[in-house]
Structure formats: structure tokens, C-alpha cells
Design a binder for this molecule. Structure first.
Ligand SMILES: O=C(O)c1ccccc1NCC(=O)[C@H](O)[C@H](O)COP(=O)(O)O
Length: 228
């Protein structure tokens, strides 16, 4: 039985940052977490050393998140050791056991990305089972299944999700100021807690964030919270 925690406010992760100016803008706008993509094939990719430099700008209580795609345990642990206090996000094909080992057997909190097929095919995705399989994850990030693993700027059909999931969920995939409020209203009572994550929707170009779009996104989340 899922009992949603009291909905104080929706927490926000801004992902795929590569520049100091964008980290500062996201923090100033009120982001709760900042994502750094350590998947070399991504146009938003940074090295662990660069992520550590950028994360050094974060004030206390803003969480750095390191994003991996099938990186393997040793390289993942080495990257997490570079960035103090970082949370891991596994966005590839990592099994539950691989996620656990790569998190240092719980030394680091981690999110597991569930990549939901677009369109009607999403109905076949068993999120309740997925969340149970990855029960050691601190949260399940719901993203659209796109070619390059993630960062695709596409939304899956939120209505296809089950009425209750016993997990902290992070809604992701194609979010923007125009639709994030609807996502919060549709999903916040179906899980322990709901956070949101955005990349493309706050960009001027891949990896280059737009401060005005970041502020508009945060404002849209706060407006949705005010109505709840
Ligand atoms: O952002 C990327 O380039 C990326 C590449 C490969 C795997 C995951 C990636 N991003 C993961 C994220 O957490 C994104 O924020 C998420 O996919 C949502 O992206 P968007 O739909 O562009 O908002």
C-alpha cells in the first residue's frame, strides 16, 4: 500500500550541466539537485574531474548527481569518489545487483532510471515490478525510452502509469514550464514522493542551459505546488 508523504514541495533536478554560469543559475533559481552526465557519447558529457569542479560551486543541501550509462563498477566508484556527496543515477541497462555494487553497496545513494516506451507501448511497462526489483534504489527516475538512453526531450504517456507505486519517483522526459504542472498533478498522489528532472526543456542548446528557461521551469513547479 502506497501512502504518499505529505506533499511539501516538489524537488527539482536540473540535468546535463557543463558550465559554471549554468550551475550558478540553477542554484539561484532554486534547484535541489544538479546532474552531471558522465556518459561520454552524450553531447552534455563531462569528466568526473570536471563534475567535481562544477559541484564545488554548490552550496550545502544542493545535491550533485552523477549520471552513468553502463559504466561498470570500478569506474563508477572512482567517479563517485571524485565528487563529494554525489548521488549516482544509473541510466543504462544496469541490473539491480550492478547498481548496488556500483553504489558501493549503499555507500552512495542512487536513482535507477526506468525508461518507459513512448506511446501505447508504455502500458506494457510494469513499473510496480520494476520498483520492487530495484528496491535498493533511493528513487526511480521515470524517463522516456529514447535512442541515446536519455536527454531526448520527449515525454512518455504519464496516464499509463499505475495508480500507486511504493517508491519515491522522479518524473523526467520532455518536461518544460508548459507541462510540468500537469505532471505533478497527475502523479504526486501515486507515489511516496514526486520530484521532477529536466534537461532539454531548459536549454539553449544541448549542454548549454538558458537561465530564463530554468527560472520559468522552477516557477511553474512552484505554481503547481501552490495549487496542491
Ligand atoms: O542528458 C543526456 O544527454 C543523457 C544521455 C544519456 C543518458 C541519460 C541522459 N540524461 C539523463 C537525464 O536525467 C535527463 O535529465 C533526462 O533523460 C531527461 O532529459 P530531457 O527529456 O532532455 O529533459
Amino acid at each position: 500500500m502506497t501512502v504518499p508523504l505529505p506533499h511539501a514541495r516538489t524537488r527539482i533536478k536540473i540535468c546535463g550541466l557543463t558550465r559554471e554560469t549554468d550551475v550558478d543559475a540553477a542554484v539561484e533559481a532554486g534547484a535541489d539537485a544538479i546532474g552531471f552526465v558522465l556518459y561520454p557519447a552524450s553531447p552534455r558529457a563531462v569528466t568526473a574531474e570536471r563534475a567535481a569542479e562544477l559541484a564545488g560551486r554548490l552550496p550545502p543541501f544542493v545535491t550533485p548527481v552523477l549520471l552513468f550509462v553502463n559504466e561498470g563498477v570500478p569506474a563508477t566508484l572512482a567517479a563517485l569518489a571524485e565528487v563529494s556527496g554525489a548521488m549516482a543515477q544509473f541510466h543504462g541497462d544496469e541490473t539491480p545487483e550492478q547498481c548496488w555494487e556500483a553504489s558501493g553497496r549503499g555507500a552512495h545513494r542512487f536513482m535507477r532510471a526506468a525508461r518507459i516506451p513512448l506511446g501505447a507501448a508504455g502500458a506494457a511497462f510494469d513499473l510496480v515490478k520494476y520498483a520492487s526489483d530495484y528496491s535498493r534504489a533511493h528513487a526511480i527516475l521515470l524517463d522516456a525510452h529514447v535512442e541515446a538512453y536519455g536527454g531526448g526531450g520527449k515525454a512518455f504517456d504519464w496516464s499509463l502509469l499505475p495508480p500507486a507505486v511504493d517508491a519515491h519517483l522522479v518524473l523526467s522526459g520532455g518536461l518544460a514550464p508548459a507541462n510540468v504542472g500537469d505532471g505533478i498533478r497527475q502523479l504526486r498522489t501515486r507515489c511516496k514522493s514526486l520530484s521532477v528532472d529536466v534537461s532539454s526543456g531548459v536549454e539553449a542548446a544541448k549542454g548549454l542551459k538558458d537561465a530564463a528557461k530554468i527560472h520559468a521551469f522552477v516557477a511553474a513547479v512552484r505554481a503547481a505546488d501552490a495549487l496542491s
